[in-house]
Design a protein around this ligand. Sequence first.
Ligand SMILES: Nc1ncnc2c1ncn2[C@@H]1O[C@H](COP(=O)(O)OP(=O)(O)OP(=O)(O)O)[C@@H](O)[C@H]1O
Length: 666
Amino acid sequence: MFIPRDGHDHVTSPVEKTSAHGRTRRMAEAVCRWCGRLRYELAPAAATFGMTCLGWLHHAAGVAPSSYVGYGLGVAATAGLTWGGLKFKSPVATSLGVASVGTVLNTAIGAVTGPSVPSLIAGGVVTIASYAVYVPWLVKTRHERFNLQIKAAKTAPLPDGMGVNIGQPGVTGDTEEETALRRALVALGVPAVDVSRIVFTDTGWHALVTLPPGKNTSAQAVIAKRQQLQANLDLPGRLRLSEGAQANQLLVRLQTTDPLAGPGIPWPGVGVTSIEQPIPIGIYPDGSEVLIDIVDGHVLIAGGTNKGKSGAVNVLAGNLVACDDVLLAGIDMKPGALELGPWRDNMVALADDPDTARQVLVWLKSEMTRRGKYLSTLRGPKGERVKKWTRKHGKYIVLIIDELAELLRQAPDVASELMTLMQVSRAMGIRIIAATQSPSEQAFGGKGTDTRQQFGVRIGLPVNEPTPINMIMGTGAYGQGWRLDELDLPGKCMVSSERYTAPNEGRCFWISEGQILETSLEHAPAGEDAAEDVRPHPHPHPDPDPEPTPPTPPGGGGPHGGRPVLRAVPVYPDGSRIEENRLPLWRALEKAGPEGLTKGEAVRMGICNHHSSISPWLSQWVGQGWVEETGKRDRSVVFVLSAAQHTPAGETTDDSKESASCPASM
Ligand SMILES: Nc1ncnc2c1ncn2[C@@H]1O[C@H](COP(=O)(O)OP(=O)(O)OP(=O)(O)O)[C@@H](O)[C@H]1O
């Protein structure tokens, strides 16, 4: 089982654990808790031990002759009670008489002999005898009490005052809260078999309830009735329920104060210098930081509209731009890259539409291949193969995708590309941080290409209904207490990762626009250096042969995988995209200019062959008015592009030019 690195169990405050008298206090508390839980079982042993000690005290103080008389009278009286009980067939009087005889005798022996073997033997005999009588009584009483609770649950709310006196069977606990909890469970029809002693913390209290066997008494079933239980409990605070270590164990937490409430927790500024350090994105109620280990896996940030996704993305971006071992790239599907725009200068590429997004992914894939080949040439100290990228191999690449669902909706074809990247790229030092507000299966590429499994770190923000919770946090998460629907403020979050395996509510820092701009400015590479701000591999390129060198986008890609150039997409004069297979013909027409082009010439240029027909395309373009038939050459029709001026300049002949709309220096 995974043990969280900070050893924080998310229930007991670590502050509590590490306080000055921590260890002794915790031990004393544990003993008290244990005694409290077993109070009924321990009662006879405690009584016998107490009376033996009193006898020894009497011995130490000196036993006067009159005391012997007193003890004698005591034994006679209790023996008389026993005899009367037997005679009048009163089990209570008989039991009481037997117990009293034993106790008085034991005390008398202790008083006469002091701490001695006979006294210990007497104490032992009395203890064993008392348990012989007590255990059957205790079992019977518990059965009766349990049956009473079930009966009460089946019939109606409990009558007033029921079980207030612990001498009577009834629904009671050690504290007011435990009694309320027990009664609330009874009213729900699920009387607790056991309630651990309630632990009070700075923010409320928690207890572990063992549920009874039955038809609808599992922890999951009770969790589903949380609202009813909260109403039954009738205590101020927010009730949280999660499954314990076993299916019949319910962890009940009542939060009475919320230290995370308020307008927001200001971002304290950059907290890391390397991506290999955990990035703090917020805090937990006990004051510990919510840490994200990007090196551990791809990161998913999901939540409802206006619940703080961009805030979380920006806090991560703000830290990543300050890491000198990271190259940042972005895909922001909000038109104009509204969210990631401020980090433009800190990124090697920022795409804001499906086409440029495709190019970023192609670049990443080629970079992944190149890095894989590079790693394959390396050997460890014992000649072993190197299978994991670290900062000594070069910079990590982090791709931030804002609105993942929108990307896959607008460009469904990139789903498989993304899947490949997510599955393979981690070992090559590439990480993806994806934010989305509609985490449906479709939003992750649909069946077969569902990328969700690849997210090792998941940051769940508030959602409006429970349905998407399992989509975000994983199968069964809702029942295990990942209640994103109960997060009541924007920016509140639950993080699931190798570090955090149990649900715990935290709150992300709030980063202001001013902080974003300031951080971006402070860490943006200076001027022209930006394009070259790529640390070359410590070794020469592993494969000097140009063939296996992974392709970098034409005109872009610095040495050893520099920044990609995002190019404008070739379009027809009406703005629609020129299909891949028709592009060579269109280009050839552009190049031919007023001279025009015949089909024979196109065949000779290798654009098509005699069997493939380009006529329908040309007819279509003629119909659109983009191409004209100007006569015949060598008995073939000459086609002239009459709309060349409409074609984006960057796509005509000069491959090295950047797109004005999406330059490499973005
Ligand atoms: N960590 C936070 N602390 C306090 N308030 C926050 C926090 N995060 C978000 N908010 C509040 O919620 C609002 C919306 O936040 P944000 O834009 O990050 O949400 P979003 O989920 O990205 O929105 P969208 O669904 O439009 O993408 C913010 O304007 C701010 O008032």
